[in-house]
Design a binder for this molecule. Structure first.
Ligand SMILES: N[C@@H](CCC(=O)N[C@@H](CS)C(=O)NCC(=O)O)C(=O)O
Length: 234
């Protein structure tokens, strides 16, 4: 049976980059269908024609013989699918079921637990940065700070302390002392937290070192090159 056509519906400057990296690391051939963000940094309406939620990444799998297409959404699910169907030699998965369970755990954890407090911090930072006039801006800033203190900044610390501990225990990677799909998926929220200053790299030496190690993979440079060629700034 011939291998299917793989297409990535890729939104510039987004978490969809991880999917390029996953596919490049597995040396799979694929096409990129690029989408530009609008003036409000949102996805364009064309993405809704591919999947009703209009979010990226989306993975399209087309059977070369029948032409039948399948659209997959949700980064963690897409990663699980790609690892199950295309990583037969366990480059980024493991043949050991206990280790595979740990890798799969992070495919759910990244979007399910780590991303939500990050998203709240992001929204709160937008409230403070919204350009509304004084004194409303002052009051809005105070409310944003209160919500952050009461929930998201503490929860960010809780999550980052956990990730720091896991990387320290596992010889510099999330699972089993080597690169896996878990590291690639988890890279985005960790990079974003540092870039947006929701966490400080000096407080998390293991995460900082891990990010340097994994982003020095050849496959990372290959995917970055493709993203930049399509106009993405990161
Ligand atoms: N949990 C989803 C989130 C997808 C998502 O929100 N993607 C963002 C890109 S970072 C997006 O498409 N944003 C466009 C928008 O909000 O309009 C996943 O992991 O795939």
């Amino acid at each position: 049976m011939s291998s299917p056509i793989i297409r990535v519906h890729w939104l510039e400057q987004s978490r969809a980059f991880r999917l390029l990296w996953l596919l490049d690391h597995l040396e799979l051939e694929y096409e990129i269908i690029p989408y530009k963000r609008d003036a409000h940094f949102r996805a364009p309406p064309e993405l809704k024609k591919i999947h009703p939620l209009g979010r990226s990444p989306l993975l399209e799998i087309e059977d070369r013989e029948t032409g039948k297409k399948k659209i997959l959404a949700e980064s963690g699910f897409i990663f699980q699918y790609v690892l199950q169907h295309f990583d037969h030699s366990h480059v980024l998965m493991s043949g050991n079921s206990d280790i595979a369970d740990q890798i799969n755990y992070y495919l759910f954890y990244a979007e399910g637990s780590l991303q939500p407090p990050l998203m709240i911090e992001f929204v709160l930072s937008k409230v403070k940065d919204s350009g509304i006039p004084f004194p409303i801006s002052y009051l809005a800033g105070k409310i944003a700070d209160k919500i952050s203190q009461a929930y998201s900044s503490g929860e960010m610390k809780n999550q980052f302390d956990f990730v720091e501990g896991e990387i320290s225990k596992n010889n510099g990677y999330l699972v089993d002392g080597r690169l896996s799909g878990a590291d690639i998926l988890m890279s985005f929220p960790c990079q974003m937290a540092f870039q947006r200053k929701f966490a400080a790299p000096e407080d998390y030496p293991a995460i900082s070192k891990w990010l340097k190690t994994i982003t020095s993979e050849e496959s990372y440079a290959v995917s970055k090159g493709k993203a930049r060629a399509l106009g993405s700034k990161f």
